[in-house]
Design a protein. Structure first.
Length: 616
């Protein structure tokens, strides 16, 4: 997705870069061309002035020949051969001094009467040159000018002609042929190509030799015929230079292209390619001076400016992209922060809600816990009461035996006290003392019995403490002693060498033991010698007491409902059906358990299991 999103941005950036490059190129090119134009105009002025100066240097020279009487005589036809030779000599010297190509005079028919080159074999002397335009122009207008190629030596030159007049009118025409080669040569050293074209567009002077005698525009047939007639270019081919206009500018300037023609020229400046062409006509001539400024440098500059502009645009785009990315990043961060804040607020709101819910629930829970604690307390109190009630029931059951147990020493006390009285009356102090000692023993015995009962009867707290189990069993058996003896019960019991100790309440444990032994005795009530086995067993951190009788065992119903409260098979008044239920509760409170089952060898066996107290 980010790629797709950034694609239009990339395209816009590319477009911007391209546009900047193109605009910079165009502007730099325009400015460069304007610069070139100014320089070109300056060059045009410079070259035009130098050309004019070069030509005007000789302009007066043909006219001055009319000041020579011998020349005029020769043209008038009155000169001797000697005089004619003198004129030739004069012209020869003059030509030498002036540094011109040739100086000659023609009569009114166009025949060369005297010439500076009279000695040379290709001398003009006697030649008929009336076809040359400058001759006619001079005859008609006084002066004639002409650029052409010499008919005899094929040497290009500028012809300046003036009519020579005597007293009887025009006698002939004096002509000076000037070479513009020097000027042309000086142009080859300048920075831009320069050329001069005649009125027909034929290049007559050029800094580039190969451009000379080419045409700037196509020549029509009549012009070519005129050239043939005047032999102006001595039948040269006059090929087109191949200038193609690209664009037109102000002040006669235009952008042109010159294609390569022929072998590449070695030159100080390029001669093909794109040029700024600027022309102006030369005063006093039908010629056009043209300066061609190559656009290479302008193009190079424009290209480098375009590259710079493109780079700058690219940098700007990059900066823009970076700023945009940064802005987007900041926006995303802000959005993320806002979302986070929102989530945080939401969370806080929920936490507050939950806290409120929780505190409400907590209050409710506290209330419930309080309620439960209260209920548990009530239950515990009820349980304690129940245990106490169970204990009182046991005491009730024990009371008959205990009363019987106390009756015997009481009767003995009565007899002993009566006997003591009688022995005292008789003065038998020794027997009286013996009797009193026996009375004291009996009182002690009775005190022990009632003490045990009182101990048992007290309401215990139910708090756990290490209890030596054999000792607890002894206490239980002591309380049951009268009953056991009355029943004639035979007890088989043993205590392990290391007396097991369990964490429980001694008083309550005794209550359980009395219950179990009492039930066993009840089950064996119809037996003459009831047998009771009390066996201890320690294993895996637990201590077990097996209480086995030899009674009828447990019925199926009794097995199913053994620990249900108020389940009893005993006649009303003998049993409440709470003994086992209370006993199981007491043992469960101490982390132990109570089971009842039938022994394979007959009778019932109750197993009491308690965790052993950790070694001190
Ligand atoms: P209670 O002794 O008041 O009946 P218990 O809860 O102590 O209440 O006993 C419930 C019943 O379990 C007894 O009525 C009796 O039927 C049965 N039972 C308890 N111990 C024995 C035993 N050793 N042999 C046979 N039955 C027993």
């Amino acid at each position: 997705m980010p790629r797709l999103r950034s694609l239009p941005l990339l395209l816009i950036c590319l477009l911007l870069v391209a546009l900047s490059g193109f605009s910079a190129y165009r502007i730099a090119q325009r400015l460069g061309i304007a610069d070139l134009q100014a320089t070109g105009l300056h060059r045009l002025d410079l070259y035009a002035t130098s050309l004019e100066r070069e030509i005007s240097k000789y302009a007066f020279l043909p006219g001055t020949l009319s000041l020579e009487p011998e020349v005029l005589d020769l043209l008038a036809g009155g000169a001797s051969d000697y005089a004619s030779a003198r004129v030739n000599g004069y012209l020869e010297k003059l030509n030498e001094r002036a540094g011109t190509l040739a100086i000659y005079v023609m009569d009114t028919r166009g025949k060369v009467q005297a010439t500076s080159n009279w000695r040379r074999p290709d001398s003009f002397l006697g030649e008929e040159l009336s076809f040359r335009p400058y001759f006619r122009e001079a005859l008609e207008g006084g002066n004639g000018r002409f650029f052409g190629i010499g008919t005899t030596r094929g040497e290009p030159g500028y012809y300046l002609a003036s009519a020579l007049t005597g007293d009887n009118g025009t006698l002939g025409v004096a002509v000076i042929k000037v070479s513009l080669e020097q000027l042309e040569k000086s142009w080859t050293t300048v920075e831009a190509p320069v050329l001069v074209a005649d009125e027909n567009g034929v290049v007559i002077l050029s800094a580039v030799p190969s451009w000379k005698f080419t045409t700037l525009r196509p020549l029509d047939d009549s012009t070519r015929a005129a050239f043939d007639h005047t032999q102006q270019y001595n039948r040269r081919a006059l090929q087109p230079l191949g200038v193609k206009e690209i664009e037109d500018y102000d002040h006669g300037a235009r952008l042109v292209r010159i294609a390569a023609s022929g072998p590449e020229m070695v030159s100080v400046y390029p001669v093909t390619g794109r040029f700024l062409e600027q022309s102006r006509t030369l005063p006093g001539t039908p010629w056009t001076l043209t300066v061609l400024s190559h656009l290479e440098q302008v193009d190079d500059l424009a290209q480098s400016r375009a590259a710079l502009a493109a780079i700058a645009a690219a940098c700007l785009c990059l900066l823009g992209v970076i700023l945009n990315e940064r802005r987007r990043h900041l926006r995303d961060r802000l959005a993320a922060r806002e979302a986070l804040q929102k989530a945080h607020d939401e969370l806080e709101r929920k936490v507050e809600e939950r806290t409120a819910d929780l505190s409400a629930a907590n209050h409710q829970l506290q209330d419930e816990v309080g309620e439960r604690i209260r209920a548990e307390r009530t239950l515990r109190a009820a349980q304690d009461e129940l245990v106490q009630a169970g204990k009182l029931a046991v005491i009730g059951q024990l009371s008959t035996g205990i009363a019987h147990e106390l009756n015997q020493p009481l009767a003995a006390l009565r007899t002993l006290s009566a006997n003591a009285e009688r022995f005292l009356e008789r003065g038998d102090v020794d027997t009286t003392r013996t009797n009193l000692g026996r009375i004291a023993d009996l009182v002690d015995r009775m005190g022990r019995i009632t003490g045990q009962l009182r101990n048992f009867a007290r309401k215990s707290s139910g708090q756990s403490a290490p209890v030596p189990l054999c000792h607890a069993l002894d206490n239980a058996l002591a309380l049951l002693d009268a009953r056991l003896r009355r029943a004639g019960a035979e007890i088989e019991r043993s205590c392990p060498v290391d007396e097991p100790v369990a964490l429980c309440d001694a008083n309550r444990l005794e209550q359980v033991l009395i219950n179990l032994i009492g039930n066993a005795l009840d089950a064996m009530a119809d037996q003459a010698r009831p047998r009771l086995e009390l066996r201890w067993e320690c294993a895996d951190g637990m201590v077990r007491l097996h209480v086995r009788d030899h009674g009828p065992g447990l019925t199926d119903e009794a097995q199913a409902k053994l620990f249900e409260p108020f389940f009893t098979t005993k006649p009303a008044g003998d049993g409440l059906g709470l003994g086992l239920a209370i006993s199981a509760g007491i043992i469960g409170d101490f982390g132990g358990s109570l089971h009842g089952a039938n022994h394979p060898g007959g009778g019932a066996v109750f197993t009491l299991e308690l965790p052993l107290a950790p070694a001190p």
